[in-house]
Design a protein around this ligand. Sequence first.
Ligand SMILES: Nc1ncnc2c1ncn2[C@@H]1O[C@H](COP(=O)(O)OP(=O)(O)O)[C@@H](O)[C@H]1O
Ligand SMILES: O=P(O)(O)OC[C@H]1O[C@](O)(COP(=O)(O)O)[C@@H](O)[C@@H]1O
Ligand SMILES: [Mg+2]
Length: 462
Amino acid sequence: MASNGVDEQIKLVEGPAGYVLEDVPHLSDYILDLPTYPNPLQSNAAYSVVRQYFVDEDDTVQEKIVVHKDSPRGTHFRRAGPRQKVYFKPSDVRACIVTCGGLCPGLNTVIREIVCGLHFMYGVTEVIGVDCGFRGFYSKNTVALTPKTVSDIHKRGGTILGTSRGGHDTSKIVDNIQDREINQVYIIGGDGTQKGANAIYKEIRRRGLKVAVAGIPKTIDNDIPVIDKSFGFDTAVEEAQRAINAAHVEATSVENGIGIVKLMGRYSGFIAMYATLASRDVDCCLIPESPFYLEGKGGLYEFIAKRLRENGHMVIVIAEGAGQDLVAESIEQQDASGNKLLKDVGLWMSLKIKEYFAKHNVMDITLKYIDPTYMIRAIPANASDNVYSTLLAQSAVHGAMAGYTGFVSGLVNGRHTYIPFNRITERQNKVVITDRMWARMLSSTNQPSFMNPPKGTTEFTD
Ligand SMILES: Nc1ncnc2c1ncn2[C@@H]1O[C@H](COP(=O)(O)OP(=O)(O)O)[C@@H](O)[C@H]1O
Ligand SMILES: O=P(O)(O)OC[C@H]1O[C@](O)(COP(=O)(O)O)[C@@H](O)[C@@H]1O
Ligand SMILES: [Mg+2]
């Protein structure tokens, strides 16, 4: 095994033909002579009948599956799933679960399935929930979680544990983990949360504690890289259809009707792009990755006037992070976690369009602005996200029981894997506007590319 020795977390294993395994840490990397136990699943009636239920230690999943004849085999991740041996005696396990950051459909399903997975697959009975995010470790009481208390929570939106931004104090959190004799920590949250989880893992390792830290990536914006998509994303896109339909009905019911829908997406416009593609009623989709301008040739005003003349109505979908440079305000504000606080670009754009059409006497318009942003994330997961969340949670449980730590469970090319924290926190997943998906979206709306702002028009001002 080759380790680069620079960062104790990065474990690279190289093989023939350019094979690289970006492995995840294991408790045995820093604690010697750990005892192992047979996996209780071996005698579980539900699983023991399945041939090859256990994952081969050497199974890995390739990151890039489109290759050429001579391509190197490239990066791989460790395949998730139950191992023959576990590193925890079930009766010794004391697990905790925490949810952090914004809400996302499926959070309660993940909580439920960690509790039920630990209980029914491994016979672990001590699971506690941390109240209200990272700060809850040191400022709140915990709640006992049993299969009974979580039995129907997947039918509810939000998180039964509560969540928060800010308040991450690594040493206080790890002190608390130590004081409570917790030895498995399940951390559900987005990029910020997983950075916090990484810090917790490193401090636990520095103290030499036998505590497995497992992350389950949560992001309604789909802005976490490497993984195929995040849980809750499908549900959010589906719910967004209701707002787009309403905007379409409003716009088509009047002369020169315009419906504007603002959707979530702070830095990444995936929800807007997929909701637009799914709907086919959208005339223009605006996302943070693709700058646009309002005035002049090729600008938004010109396009709106053209569409209204052609069709008599139009629907615009705008991601909340789009056009933030246009909404001029000098002081940039941040939330408790350090995320940029966004201006309401939907409201701003609605006012600008109304103002422009009135001032220039272009035509009489009727504009309705719909802001369903919180509605698309505060709902329970749909069926597909429920299954997906279940598998992510179960993978995390299998990984922690097998002694892996410092990892997130994630879907890569349709297979469940364990990914080291650094790989999902080092960059954000964004819509690549030179990729085919954006081209498909453009061809569905036939909107301007906004690539060539006219001379004399500053690209980001109106
Ligand atoms: N770089 C960081 N290091 C440690 N903790 C962080 C970091 N960034 C964010 N956090 C913590 O993670 C939690 C959630 O972060 P936030 O950005 O609000 O949501 P998300 O995890 O959904 O991105 C907060 O408690 C925040 O303090
Ligand atoms: O109002 P809040 O709770 O800060 O949430 C708003 C943010 O939450 C998100 O839905 C997701 O952000 P996180 O992944 O950081 O939770 C963003 O799209 C949005 O800007
Ligand atoms: Mg985030």
